[in-house]
Design a protein around this ligand. Structure first.
Ligand code: MN
Length: 147
């Protein structure tokens, strides 16, 4: 294993595949993922870099595992719990357990962020009709969320 994985420019790293998701009409839109570090037995965490193109969004979901996120490119907005936040470079976002969350690139720039997550993690849950109704009833959240 290399001690250093070189940044090759443009938020791309040597030997790290870029996994693209561009499906229209799916629960995420215009988002790519790169796994930068995969924790082994001594570090039960994974560091990923996600990038959302302008107008794109991550999946609206919740799960038992938590996320620690740092914005490193562009700016945008996110939902955490019942609140929409404006987010920009070097902001840190904590997504607690079982908390609805979604990231959106709401400007003309891509939104890029590092996301620290458990290696062993539960499968994300997407909102059912009742949960969508609850979220839609919250101020600002209703117009923000993308399903
Ligand atoms: Mn998540």
């Amino acid at each position: 294993m290399n001690a250093i994985i070189r940044h090759v420019g443009g938020h791309r790293w040597n030997g790290v595949p870029v996994l693209n998701y561009k499906e229209e009409g799916s629960h995420f839109k215009a988002i790519s993922r790169q796994v930068l570090f995969k924790g082994g037995p001594k570090l039960g965490a994974e560091l990923r870099y996600f990038e959302i193109e302008p107008g794109g969004h991550s999946t609206l979901e919740r799960h038992d595992h938590i996320h620690s996120v740092m914005i490193i490119r562009g700016c945008g907005h996110c939902l955490v719990g019942d609140t929409i936040y404006e987010i920009t470079g070097n902001d840190l976002i904590h997504v607690p357990s079982m908390t609805w969350h979604q990231f959106r690139a709401t400007t003309d720039d891509p939104l890029g962020f590092l996301c620290l997550v458990n290696v062993d993690r539960d499968r994300p849950e997407r909102p059912d009709e009742a949960n969508v109704a609850k979220l839609k009833a919250l101020p600002k959240v209703g117009e923000f969320i993308r399903l």
